[in-house]
Design a protein around this ligand. Structure first.
Ligand SMILES: Nc1ncnc2c1ncn2[C@@H]1O[C@H](COP(=O)(O)OP(=O)(O)OP(=O)(O)O)[C@@H](O)[C@H]1O
Length: 294
């Protein structure tokens, strides 16, 4: 079952582009990544889903309900972490969180306590006195305190140190294991690669690919490095699917997108010292997509 269905969503800001004809869906229980550079249209898409802004055309359905018409009903089941968090500075963290919890008609005190301990957040501090990273933690606790069925995160890790990012990712994985679906928007590819099952790639307001992370990696070139016992010629690897050959004495590097058996047969006939065959990381794949679409 699809928890999110976005169909032909377009949003223009006056005469300028926001997003154009965006369509994708997210299945129940997925951790779905939404990646693209600054200004590509991620926040515009997420804000349209939450009816913070209204689309120019197209539609979004969440839990089978219309995102505009049934927005109040949908929001009870969503935890949203916006890219920028703004608060009334004078409040204490715990007062703000208990106030947020009062919208959900369920006791969240214990849960707030647990989340704050996990995220190392002092509930007694005034919002005014918090660093950027600690404000982000307030947003995280606020987004998760009612145990939402759908968690929507817009660039969630800004300001968190690497240890805290890991704690946050662990927390998200636990929520996912309990059944929550997660939509994770980011321009940081390594975190999307670590967290997500599938991704939609957005560029200049348009979706250019929706793929499983594993498929993105499989369909791409492999990085090959071969070390031989004797100096080697670049022409040695004139196979179909070989590109970007570089040679440094006994070491030859190239990219390979052909049949792996053909490559292994070729290597088997050589006098080798070592060989490395690696998957490209998402960063390289992403650049490849952008070049292809340019
Ligand atoms: N309120 C607004 N008024 C006018 N244009 C806007 C507004 N909000 C967004 N845009 C434009 O819409 C496009 C998409 O912006 P959006 O913020 O959705 O991108 P993004 O992928 O979330 O990027 P970022 O990571 O920088 O937030 C950009 O060209 C941006 O300038």
């Amino acid at each position: 079952m699809n928890v999110i269905e976005i169909r032909n969503l377009t949003k223009t800001y006056g005469s300028s582009r926001g997003i154009e004809d965006v369509s994708f869906s997210v299945e129940q229980g997925e951790i779905f990544g939404f990646i693209g550079p600054n200004g590509a249209g991620k926040s515009t898409t997420l804000r349209s889903m939450l009816s913070i802004i209204y689309p120019t055309s197209g539609s979004v359905s969440i839990f089978g309900m219309d995102a505009v018409k049934q927005s109040a009903e949908i929001k009870k089941q969503i935890g949203y972490l916006p890219s920028e968090v703004f608060y009334y500075d004078n409040m204490r963290v715990k007062d703000l969180l208990h106030y947020s919890a009062s919208f959900y008609k369920k006791g969240c005190r214990e849960r707030i306590q647990q989340l704050a301990e996990r995220m190392n957040l002092d509930l007694n501090k005034k919002i005014d006195d918090l660093s950027y990273g600690n404000r982000k933690k307030v947003g995280i606790v606020q987004g998760l305190l009612h145990e939402p069925k759908l968690i929507i995160l817009d660039e969630p890790t800004g300001g968190l140190d690497p240890l805290m990012q890991q704690t946050f990712f662990d927390l998200l994985k636990e929520e996912n294991e309990k059944g929550a679906t997660i939509l994770f928007s980011s321009h940081i590819l390594s975190e999307v690669q670590k967290m997500c099952d599938r991704v939609a790639i957005i560029k200049e307001g348009r979706i250019i690919a929706v793929e499983k992370i594993s498929t993105l990696q499989e369909n791409n070139h492999k990085k090959v490095r071969v070390e031989t016992l004797m100096p080697v010629e670049a022409g040695e690897f004139q196979l179909s699917g070989v590109a970007n050959v570089t040679v440094e004495e006994n070491v030859i590097h190239f990219l390979y997108s052909g049949d792996i058996n053909v490559l292994l047969n070729k290597l088997a006939g050589m006098n080798l010292a070592n060989v490395w065959i690696e998957e490209p990381d998402l960063e390289e794949i992403f650049l490849h997509y952008y070049e292809k679409e340019a």
